[in-house]
Ligand binder design. Structure first.
Ligand SMILES: *Cc1c(COP(=O)(O)O)cnc(C)c1O
Length: 362
């Protein structure tokens, strides 16, 4: 067996230790004689899995007691719809457009109410996060929506916007559990787990209890209401049991690594290795503005499309896979999530140096 260094943006690399544990338990989970995929979601065995996963997540993120943790199928795109359906009380919300995922969330919200762009970095090709003074929040907005880490463009918020007291709603899909976050600053956080947490299949919403409204419009489907999940412990219908089990294992792995402060330190170290190289390279150019750089997704180009393709191809042959940038922007992207070991980043930089030397006279 040989494992590669996988720089995919998602679904993405998982900790090898976790995959091995899951493999060991595949045929017989905890003496049950069954795989987790085969057990009832109403069984005590599964209830323990989901309870423990929630407890570990609460410990890791220090989630206050007045926030609920909800496990919701449908991934990110379903959250684009659920947020306005549930939280746009007066049909007015302000979105900061920092990339394609924020834009899609904004467009989905427009189907339902008056969703406005409070600021946008579209004109630059989303290379930066708008400054506080560029962001216009309406007095009567129901909430302010941001995408905390912009997976496609490699940018991230390093300072939260002043929402003038409106609940801040954030998509944290691609920076979920990458560093400590003060949950109390948000009305709701949600993340698809397939970027930095677990296998595809679920989004986790962490929502302040007072925002879960029972009085939303009748037409909203049962499975698109936050209260359905809150009132049933996310067990209204069959949840993705295996995904939840795997997320639980990753939470335990994160605790063994020393929690989110330790992860932050490691992630900063990894990102610094790559950005330092990019800042000094004569071939590779980082695309995100310095003060908006993401620790998780590092985007860069050579300014020569053919050379970009060649790089991606040769890297793959060297066991460094999925470095191609998102289909909407091209170039390269190295996603260096929690489970990417530092050695992977060091290998990548060594490879880039060699590539640069080899193709210098192109
Ligand atoms: C991948 C991604 C999404 C979309 O998630 P799906 O589960 O594919 O719908 C949304 N937001 C961010 C930040 C992402 O990285």
């Amino acid at each position: 067996m040989s494992r590669v260094y996988n720089f995919s943006a998602g679904p993405a690399v998982l900790p090898e230790e976790v995959l091995r544990e899951a493999a060991d338990e595949m045929l017989d989970y905890n003496g049950s004689g069954m795989s987790v995929m085969e057990i009832s979601h109403r069984s005590k065995l599964f209830q323990n899995i989901i309870d423990e996963a929630e407890k570990d997540l609460r410990d890791l993120m220090q989630i206050p007691d007045n926030y609920k943790v909800l496990w919701i199928q449908g991934g990110g795109h379903v959250q684009f719809a659920m947020v306005p359906l549930n939280l746009m009380k007066h049909k007015k919300a302000d979105y900061v457009i920092t990339g394609q995922w924020a834009k899609k969330a904004w467009q989905e919200a427009q189907k339902y109410g008056d969703a406005r762009a409070a600021a946008s970095s579209a004109e630059s090709g989303f290379t930066y996060i708008p400054k506080a003074e560029e962001i216009e929040i309406r007095e009567d907005a129901d909430y302010v929506y941001i995408c905390l880490n912009n997976t496609i463009y490699g940018t991230a918020w390093h300072e939260l916007p002043d929402t003038k007291g409106k609940p801040l709603i954030a998509d944290i899909s691609s920076c979920f559990l990458s560093e400590p976050l003060d949950v109390s600053k948000f009305g709701m956080l949600w993340g698809g787990v397939q970027k930095n947490v677990g296998p595809a299949g679920v989004a986790i919403a962490i929502i302040r209890e007072d925002l879960i409204r029972p009085d939303i419009e009748e037409f909203v489907p049962t499975m698109l209401r936050y209260d359905t999940y809150a009132n049933s412990g996310s067990l209204y219908n069959t949840p993705p049991v295996y995904t939840i089990y795997m997320c639980g294992k990753v939470f335990k792995w994160l605790k063994r690594q020393g929690g989110l402060e330790a992860m932050q330190k490691r992630n900063q170290e990894k990102a610094a290795i790559l950005y330092d190289f990019l800042d000094h390279s004569s071939m590779f150019v980082p695309t995100a503005e310095k003060d908006s750089r993401s620790l998780m997704n590092v985007t860069f180009v050579t300014n020569d499309k053919e050379l970009d393709s060649l790089f991606v191809k040769e890297a793959e042959q060297a066991g460094l896979v999925s470095l191609k940038g998102h289909r909407s922007v091209g170039g390269m992207r190295a996603s260096i999530y929690n489970a990417m070991p530092k050695e992977g980043v060091v290998k990548l930089v060594e490879f880039m140096k060699d590539f640069e030397a080899k193709h210098a006279n192109r």
